[in-house]
Design a protein around this ligand. Structure first.
Ligand code: AMP
Length: 346
């Protein structure tokens, strides 16, 4: 058995979110006329990046109009009105933009510099990530509507997540109420169930990879470490330390149950404000705590939430609670909104 140990996915994290098709808007309510997209800072013209050559240039000639199964129309930077910068990632900037043509659709346009992708040796991973994400359609998975490139950059046309990063909310509040946590976990279990049904294992679930839609709904937004695994077990070690399950810490084979473990870690972190196996004395200490499942649940956590956490954080992957049962768990059911919208605001 071969186990590749790779660094934490910081290199991938920053280009992560991804693709698909904008021939039709996903919902008429997203029509962008009259919405203030803010002021453009001009940086896309100032800062165009360096040329890349050879095989890397071919790998990075990414264009959704050439997709074999569901080609989009051809897109160019000039097709968009550029608005305010939404943030800066490792490989480039993200802008709020609007299509110039009807239906004047609002999206987030993410730029990636080809030369920086090549320097970090992530061209192939980016292609794989786009291939995986472009066909995903779920309300809690960030859509990729299309992608195109110029000589020096790649542009990803992403669903606009109006409320920004979940991580920022968690930092601001310290922790979330059980109601808010339960609603997020419900949405996560739904989205992960969908991904697993498509044989996609995410493998990097953590607050930094989650965005919030305009109604506060959760969006999984980073597929930099996901794999398409039709019935296979995978052996590549990746993922952020605090969210790694025992089988990955121990270099064993793993399967989609790694995402169930991460959901348990996420539940704990939402309610308590820090992940359960964090050990400030260093990596080794954290590894040991994970391998022993050294779980201490503070008294502030309700018995029902603690029950769900314990059922997800099981050493044996096969014993981790199925995602459908997470959605049926009394703690999740108790806080589900009556209208089923489940956007977690408070
Ligand atoms: P990233 O390169 O994905 O880390 O993106 C950099 C920053 O841009 C993020 O931290 C977010 O604040 C923002 N951002 C990225 N994607 C979106 C999106 N789809 N909608 C809204 N903001 C986004």
């Amino acid at each position: 058995m071969t186990t590749k140990t790779q660094p934490a996915p910081s290199a991938l994290k920053k280009y992560a979110s991804t693709t698909s098709v904008v021939s039709r808007p996903p919902s008429p309510t997203k029509k962008g006329d009259g919405i203030d997209i803010g002021t453009y800072d001009g940086a896309l013209e100032r800062d165009v990046g360096d040329l890349v050559y050879g095989e890397a240039a071919e790998d990075l000639a990414l264009d959704s109009s050439a997709d074999k199964t569901r080609p989009t129309r051809e897109w160019h930077l000039t097709d968009f009105e550029i608005g305010r910068p939404l943030g800066k990632g490792k490989f480039g900037r993200v802008y709020m933009v609007r299509t110039k043509t009807e239906p004047r659709f609002i999206i987030a346009l993410k730029t990636l510099y080809k030369s920086e992708l090549v320097q970090s040796k992530v061209e192939k991973q980016l292609r794989r990530e786009i291939e995986i994400q472009q066909h995903l359609r779920h309300p809690n998975v960030l859509r990729l509507y299309g992608y195109f490139h110029d000589e020096k950059r790649i542009f990803l046309m992403l669903e606009f997540a109006g409320k920004g990063e979940l991580y920022r909310q968690l930092s601001k509040h310290g922790s979330f109420s059980e109601k808010r946590s339960a609603r997020y976990i419900d949405q996560m279990a739904d989205a992960l169930g969908y991904l697993h049904s498509k044989h996609v294992i995410h493998r990097d679930i953590k607050p930094e990879n989650l965005l919030l839609g305009i109604n506060g709904e959760l969006k999984i937004a980073d597929f930099g470490w996901s794999v398409h695994a039709p019935g296979n077990r995978r052996t590549t070690l990746c993922g952020t330390l605090d969210y790694l399950p025992p089988e990955m810490v121990e270099g064993k084979e793993h399967n989609e149950k790694v995402d169930h473990w991460a959901l348990g870690v996420l539940t704990y972190e939402f309610i308590c404000g820090s992940p359960p196996f964090e050990d400030l004395s260093g990596y080794n200490a954290t590894y040991k705590r994970i391998a022993r499942v050294d779980l201490k649940i503070p008294p502030k956590v309700s018995a029902e939430a603690a029950d769900l956490i314990r059922k997800l954080l099981r050493y044996n992957p096969a014993e981790r609670l199925p995602l459908a049962d997470v959605r049926r768990h009394p703690w999740v059911v108790k806080y589900r909104s009556k209208d089923g919208s489940n956007a977690a605001q408070s």
